[in-house]
Design a protein around this ligand. Structure first.
Ligand code: IPM
Ligand code: MN
Length: 361
């Protein structure tokens, strides 16, 4: 297969982890005989510095023409001043919106070798394997807002039936392929948008997915149950903001935020007939450790595996990458965020270990 992939390294540790994921994609191409054209474009703070805009038109156009997009991270404390009119995060939000990727799949899987890397008890986290489907182009992130003015500011959480229905379908379809158990997370005891959410998800499942068991859970309770009984979850579906928060929490199960990949999908397809996705590790730009060569590249590498699976239909290749990651963890390789007693390795050494495991499998 020949594929055109756009890489958006972004800010902080973004370039380091995207460099790692690119190396693994090249190793996949060599081993399986594919041709991947990898093109880099700026986004976020790096793009603001180069062009004045967090999502330059050339970057957006390349993303809309690519077969898939792999992004590192955006954001840096230097852009955190509340009075700044442009911020790196705007680039990412605009890209998600422009690509129409409304369903953000965040698999949370605890690798057996990392059971002891979690701050939670091994008997609680062992066997955890669920997917959070986070609505990505609506809700609080995109509703009408007022920036701070005269001591007042607001954001609004707006959802339409159509927005809820399409993401509920993605989640229910995924549940069908997995354990057929869907938990819809909302705050229907307080929020009107959540009452609509609950009603529409229920209707979608009743009418189109009778084989799926649906449970509704309030977001505060979900935050607790994810830590108390993570292995009982299969697929969760929730609003943009709730999904953002719950997946950082869920990362504690996997041992580190550095482990979680994500895939954002919408309705548009690439020239191979697969969804044109946006793939990003769940972790942020981690400015405190940027440039030191110690970032965990596995979230980005596992995101590349999701890209191979969802946007290129390369299931065997995706599995090979996931198995290579599993193998290096079993061999004891740990970046500093994962190390308990092990001597930590850097980003490069971890990446080379994955490449090696990939070529030897
Ligand atoms: C994420 C990030 C982003 C989000 C930020 C960087 C805008 O936290 O992908 O989870 O809030 O969606
Ligand atoms: Mn987040």
């Amino acid at each position: 297969m020949e594929a055109r992939l756009v890489l958006l390294p972004g800010d902080g540790i973004g370039p380091e982890v995207i460099g790692a994921a690119a190396a693994v994609l090249r190793a996949v191409a060599r081993r399986f005989g594919h041709v991947f054209h990898l093109e880099e474009y700026p986004i976020g703070g790096t793009a603001i510095e180069a062009t004045g805009e967090p999502l330059p038109p050339d970057t957006l156009q390349a993303c809309l023409e690519a077969d898939a997009v792999l992004l590192g991270a955006v954001g840096d404390p230097k852009w955190d001043r509340p009075d700044l009119p442009v911020r790196p995060e705007q680039g990412l939000l605009a890209l998600r919106k422009a690509m129409g990727v409304y369903a953000n799949l965040r698999p949370v899987r605890v690798f057996p070798a990392l059971v002891h890397a979690s701050p939670l008890k091994p008997e609680i986290v062992r066997g955890t394997d669920f997917v959070v489907v986070r609505e990505l182009t609506g809700g609080l992130y995109f509703g009408p807002r007022q920036e701070p003015r005269e001591g007042r500011a607001y954001d609004t959480m707006v959802y339409t039936e159509a927005e809820i229905r399409r993401v509920a379908r993605v989640a229910a379809r995924l549940a069908l392929k997995r354990g057929r158990h869907l938990v819809s997370v909302d705050k229907a005891n307080v929020l009107a948008s959540s009452r609509l959410w609950r009603q529409v998800v229920q209707q979608v499942v009743d009418e189109e997915f009778p084989q799926v068991t649906l449970e509704h859970m309030l977001v505060d309770a979900a935050a607790m149950h994810l830590l108390r009984r993570p292995t009982t979850f299969d697929v969760l579906v929730t609003a943009n903001m709730f999904g953002d928060i719950l997946t950082d929490e869920a990362a504690a199960l996997a041992g580190s935020l550095g482990m979680l990949p994500s895939a954002s999908l919408g309705e548009t397809h690439n020239r191979h007939g697969f969804p044109r996705g946006l793939y990003e590790p769940v972790h942020g730009s981690a400015p405190d450790i940027a440039g030191q060569g110690i970032a965990n590249p596995l979230g980005a590498i596992l995101s590349a595996a999701l890209l191979l699976r969802h946007s290129l239909g390369l299931e065997e290749e995706a599995r090979a990458v996931e198995e290579a990651v599993e193998r290096v963890l079993e061999q004891g390789y740990r970046t500093v965020d994962l190390a308990v007693e092990e001597e930590p390795v850097g980003t490069r050494e971890m990446t080379r270990a994955v490449e090696k495991a990939l070529t030897q499998s």
